[in-house]
Design a protein around this ligand. Structure first.
Ligand code: ATP
Ligand code: MG
Ligand code: MG
Ligand code: MG
Length: 561
């Protein structure tokens, strides 16, 4: 590709709204441009990288036995109503009406669409297992779109869905996907870890997140310094609580709260005035007060109850001390009357809200609970968060924390969606059975940003080999010089003839401008045609190491290969 023919609008200045390196560099080096908040155009270079990452994903998906398809972004509300997510997904789901006033959503994810499709098309165990995937644009009206491609409102995701007639078959697909994900992120050059995303009752085998280690990551990973144990910190905290869960001591009044999984939903059932924007809650266990602070962008009311302690918890001895802290946190809201603590156990969706507490059963809550009285919560550490320095839950080593960017997520869905949408099949015995499902997502556009976070220096991006938009940056120092022009044209041709992709800077710009742009753009190898063009010599510079050497044009292809 000739620079003069394409569009690479590089910038000297750091864009004012770009806080992190990947955002700054992808804009400055002419890969992306913002069209609206959280919505980006991929310029020619950005599009190249996107296709490179997509192709790695495709190759590894196909190897894992997944088959590509494409589903619509425009999805009828009815499907989302059938699973209940029309109501529970919240403001992140982009909604719109057509000219007949029928409701639609822009796909934030595709469980509804694919499950209803498979329900209609697959009727027998003979067609199972089946794994389908797509690489497609997703829409999520994120509360805080930011960091460029890291958290967009329109972004590219690879999502895969698997359908099974047994748990064992799902386990197999899940393990294959897990492996495929490791291959994908390894090929992207990334330093990543697969972490337990939800300990659940089964000990964290049912969902993993793939985290790219990075200071700017929005997630915190707790990992063991000696073993393989690694978990999303929110989940690691819950895990400990799970291990020490308790049954109620007394008969308690149980009420139905179907589908209430978030603090918001529970508060609606009980008509509690749960203010928006609550960042902290105070509760009491035995004689200890505990202050829970929602972390980062979270508010306590939009945190899933199971993870309600998604937070930093501060243990405080006296009520005064606790109230003081709480008052400082939430200002005018004043102390909230929260006297109960979540009792986390197998099916509890639970709460820490005004005397209502999860009843160890999905869709039920106890009312008027006093945990210290009604539950055997004798020790505060039963519900304590994992801290740095704690012994690892697997008994091996010590817990350390690190920041991570979630680039992928694999999940055993079970039959929740299949049940709600009626995805049944005839099993080997000729009986109707509900399908078992898995789902597997990769943030393709987010992965690009994660790569740049890990691969850059002061001068620009340093692309790993497999994802670079072009292999070679060919620069004619002075294209007005006939010898230089002729040699660079012939090198350009030769590289292409040998299937080596090349960006040829044929512009009539000062050499300094070209070199600076070249560093910024970040292709692995730079070849400069300059002073020694008359002898057929080229100057080679490796972007990563800075290593520089002259090479004769006749040896170039061999050397590159
Ligand atoms: P996050 O916790 O960052 O909001 P998520 O858990 O909501 O992500 P999933 O529903 O698991 O995301 O979607 C699968 C993948 O899609 C994520 O692992 C992530 O890589 C990517 N992704 C999710 N939201 C965004 C976004 N707003 N912009 C870019 N990529 C995203
Ligand atoms: Mg999200
Ligand atoms: Mg997440
Ligand atoms: Mg996720």
């Amino acid at each position: 590709m000739k620079h003069s023919q394409t569009l690479i609008p590089t910038l000297k200045e750091v864009p004012a709204d770009a806080e992190i390196k990947s955002h700054q560099l992808l804009v400055r080096a002419g890969y992306i441009r913002q069209t609206a908040s959280g919505v980006y155009s991929f310029l020619p270079l950005g599009n190249k990288v996107l296709k490179k990452v997509e192709n790695i994903v495709r190759e590894e998906m196909e190897k894992a036995g997944a088959v590509e398809m494409l589903m619509p972004a425009l999805q009828p509300a009815d499907l989302w109503k059938q699973t209940g997510r029309w109501y529970s997904y919240g403001a992140e789901l982009m909604r719109l009406n057509d000219r007949h006033d029928r409701e639609f959503a822009l796909g934030a994810t595709h469980e509804e669409v694919i499950t209803s499709l498979i329900r209609d098309e697959v009727k027998s165990y003979k067609k199972l297992p089946l794994t389908l995937y797509q690489i497609q644009t997703k829409y999520r009206d994120e509360k805080r779109p930011r960091f460029g491609l890291l958290r967009g409102r329109e972004f590219v995701m690879k999502d895969a869905y698997s359908f099974h007639d047994s748990k064992e078959s799902l386990d197999e697909a899940y393990n294959r996907m897990h492996k495929a994900y490791s291959n994908i992120f390894r090929r992207c050059g990334l330093n990543f870890r697969a972490v337990i995303a939800d300990s659940g009752a089964i000990g964290g085998k049912d969902t993993h997140e793939f985290m790219v280690l990075s200071e700017i990551g929005e997630d915190t990973i707790a990992y063991s310094d000696t073993s393989d144990f690694a978990a999303n910190i929110e989940m690691a905290q819950v895990k400990i609580a799970y291990e020490k869960s308790n049954e109620p001591l007394a008969e308690l009044e149980k009420v139905d709260t179907p589908n209430a999984k978030t603090m918001q939903e529970v508060s609606e059932y009980f008509k509690l005035p749960l203010e928006k924007g609550i960042k902290s809650l105070l509760f009491k266990v035995d004689d200890q007060f505990v202050l829970v602070l929602a972390r980062g962008d979270h508010e306590i009311n939009d945190i899933k109850l199971k993870n309600a302690l998604n937070a930093t918890s501060v243990e405080l001895a006296s009520e005064d001390e606790a109230k003081q802290q709480l008052g400082a946190e939430i200002g005018s809201l004043g102390p909230i009357q929260v006297s109960d603590i979540e009792i986390i156990a197998d099916h509890a969706v639970a709460s820490i809200i005004n005397g209502y507490c999860g009843a160890n059963e999905t869709g039920k809550h106890y009312i008027n609970v006093n945990p210290a009285r009604d539950f055997n919560v004798s020790r505060l550490e039963d519900l304590r968060f994992i801290q740095e320095g704690d012994p690892s839950p697997d008994g091996k080593g010590t817990i350390r924390f690190a920041k991570g960017i979630e680039v992928g997520h694999v999940f055993k869905l079970g039959n929740i969606y299949a049940e709600k949408l009626g995805a049944a099949y005839l099993n080997e015995q000729g009986k109707q059975d509900i399908m078992t499902m898995g789902c597997y997502g990769i943030g393709v556009s987010r992965t690009i940003a994660a790569i740049v976070e890990q691969f850059h220096d002061d001068n620009g991006i340093v692309w790993p080999k497999e994802v670079t938009p072009y292999d070679i940056h060919l620069i004619a120092v002075n294209p007005k010089n006939d010898e230089q022009l002729a040699l660079s044209e012939s090198v350009y041709q030769k590289l292409q003839d040998n299937n080596i992709s090349v960006l040829f800077d044929d512009r009539k710009e000062r050499p300094g401008v070209k070199f600076a742009d070249s560093d910024l753009i970040g292709l692995p190898i730079r070849i400069t045609v300059g002073k020694r063009a008359n002898e057929g010599y080229l100057e080679c510079k490796l972007r990563e190491s800075g290593e520089q050497f002259d090479i004769h044009e006749s040896e170039l292809i061999d050397k590159i290969n």
